[in-house]
Design a protein around this ligand. Structure first.
Ligand code: ATP
Length: 532
């Protein structure tokens, strides 16, 4: 049962050391977050599981760890310098800033049969038939067309309904491709008629294209020529190393290259905890295939990723696949799907899968002048640019999803026969930040010594992460371990020392299961095997 509100989770994360607000002692820095002692363990485990599944267990994958700072030409070739921008509008009254396109995506068209569809789908549906109407002169290239459209919109999760009288769009259509960006830009004039969601007034600035790449300077002399960017995605670090990987690893198609690393985007509207931040981590794969094979491979990756999320405990009902409309596709992609998760504020993208064709390799060949062709090892005359299927995971969003999914409030029986509410993080044991906690029943010195002996034995003989906790009552300590999601707690008590009335308890301990709360008496002798 995922957390029903984000606040519950944010507070648990702070209280228990998963995620802290960034630079907190200086009053913070908006929308920055620091992973604390347990958060970093959880995140590392997510990355470890990912690398194990998608790199080590496959045999057709290698990894790289490229530099964050890259030659600025990379971003010219990739298209980021010209088109990695979002349209920014600002309320002149209250200075609320927002992305005009997001605002539009939030609008849901209200169809008569009670269904909703996105503004875009509706718009494109409205426009397409008009494009097909026979014209006196054949339509070629750019055309000015006026389209009267009457639409009524609803805002997502909002009862307000917005009616437009009649939108007369006169727009230069490039009939070969409807340019989503240009179309949105046209529509901004309409958006500007709506109220600011913050102050309710209607006084917006004109939309400005705002490039999301963070700029910085390299070297000691400020000024022209030294400007570089922090990478906005990890993908390009893979493409620029393609030749090196071919030459050193001699991989055969199909094969993939994986990378985990930080990316930076100067997002206009960061928020929702770690969902959208300006600095975040991605886990990306570029999977290279023979041209023509990408459709089939695309389907394979879709299945693999979907199942990976399920295998680590995400409930099916909280996941869905969203296919991008043709009009919505990025310049490099011929097909994109997102896997979305049902966050407390609604569905949001967790993962994207794109068919990038040979766009990137072609661009890098053009801009670098280097030969990036692959040579068929069985037929040296066959040289070509492989096509690319790109599975792209947000690492922080994936961690957030596991946190939300693990959060559980339930009634648990108490020792006295009653019941009490407990919060428990039901992580898959492969992800839990702590594997085992050792809890001496009391603060008696010889009990602590015995428990410490066991602690040392387990950390020396296994790879498990072990917590040792003596602070507070045993009940309080169990509650803490539940809240951090420790699958097993080991209690060392007077029986362990042979000091209670029961027979045969010497050198045995109690293991408590996080989910079932069952307690089992186990001999210390075989404990490491049992835990593993
Ligand atoms: P969005 O539409 O949410 O801005 P996007 O489509 O731009 O995302 P991609 O460029 O496909 O995202 O990036 C791949 C993945 O990286 C996303 O699926 C998401 O999980 C993650 N990601 C992208 N932007 C951010 C961000 N600002 N903060 C955290 N994670 C992000």
């Amino acid at each position: 049962m995922p957390a029903s509100s984000l606040d519950q989770l944010v507070s648990l994360c702070k209280r228990r050391g998963f995620i802290f607000p960034g630079s907190e002692i200086y009053g913070g820095l908006a929308n920055t977050w620091d992973y604390g002692p347990l958060g970093v363990e959880l995140k590392n485990r997510v990355k470890r599981e990912w690398w194990k599944t998608f790199v080590h267990k496959r045999g057709d994958m290698v990894g790289v760890d490229a530099a964050i700072l890259m030659n600025p030409k990379v971003w010219e070739a990739s298209g980021h310098v010209t088109s990695f921008s979002d349209p920014l509008i600002e309320c002149k009254e209250c200075h609320y800033r927002t992305r005009a396109d997001k605002m539009m995506e939030e609008w849901v068209y209200f169809k008569e049969d009670g269904n909703y569809e996105s503004f875009f789908t509706r718009l494109i549906r409205g426009i397409q038939p008009l494009l097909k109407v026979p014209q006196k002169a054949p339509l070629k290239g750019k055309q000015k067309i006026t389209i009267p459209l009457k639409l009524s919109f609803k805002l997502k999760d909002d009862d307000r309904e917005i009616k437009t009288d009649s939108l007369n769009i006169t727009y230069d259509f490039d009939l070969n491709a409807i340019d989503k960006r240009a179309l949105i830009h046209h529509f901004f004039q309409e958006i500007l008629r709506f109220n600011c969601p913050n102050c309710g007034k209607t006084n917006w600035t004109e939309p400005k294209q705002f490039n999301l790449m963070f700029r910085t300077q390299q070297g000691v002399i400020e000024g022209e020529g030294n400007d570089i960017y922090l990478r906005p995605e990890t993908a390009q670090g893979i493409f620029v190393n393609f030749r090196n990987i071919l030459d050193t690893m001699r991989p055969r198609l199909p094969f993939g290259v994986a990378q985990i690393g930080k990316a930076f985007r100067n997002e206009i509207t960061p928020g929702n905890f770690t969902f959208r931040t300006r600095e975040f981590e991605q886990m990306e794969i570029e999977y290279f295939v023979e041209p023509g094979k990408e459709k089939e491979i695309f389907e394979e990756w879709k299945e693999l990723v979907w199942n990976w999320y399920l295998s680590l405990g995400i409930e099916k009902k909280n996941l869905r696949i969203r296919e991008h409309d043709k009009e919505e596709l990025s310049h490099y992609s011929s097909r994109t799907i997102d896997i979305e998760y049902q966050f407390p504020w609604g569905w949001g993208e967790l993962f994207g899968l794109a068919n990038r064709g040979d766009f990137d390799l072609k661009q890098h060949e053009k801009f670098s002048g280097e030969d990036l062709t692959y040579t068929d090892p069985d037929d040296a005359t066959k040289k070509f640019l492989p096509h690319v299927v790109e599975p792209s995971f947000g690492c922080d969003r994936t961690v957030l999803t596991f946190l939300l999914e693990a959060y559980t409030e339930e009634d648990a029986p108490t020792a006295s026969g009653g019941s009490e509410k407990r919060v428990v993080m039901k992580f898959d044991p492969r992800l839990a930040p702590v594997d085992v906690a050792i809890l001496p029943l009391s603060k008696k010195e010889h009990l602590i010594a015995k428990a410490q002996e066991l602690y040392k034995k387990i950390i020396q003989e296994t790879d498990l992460v072990v917590d040792f906790d003596v602070t507070g009552s045993i009940g309080k300590r169990y509650r803490r371990q539940d809240e951090i999601g420790t699958p097993r707690c080991i209690t060392v008590d007077f029986g362990t020392l042979g000091e209670d009335d029961k027979q045969g308890t010497r050198d045995t301990v109690t293991i408590r299961d996080r989910d079932t709360l069952k307690q089992e008496r186990v001999a210390i002798g075989g404990i490491t095997e049992k835990l593993q």
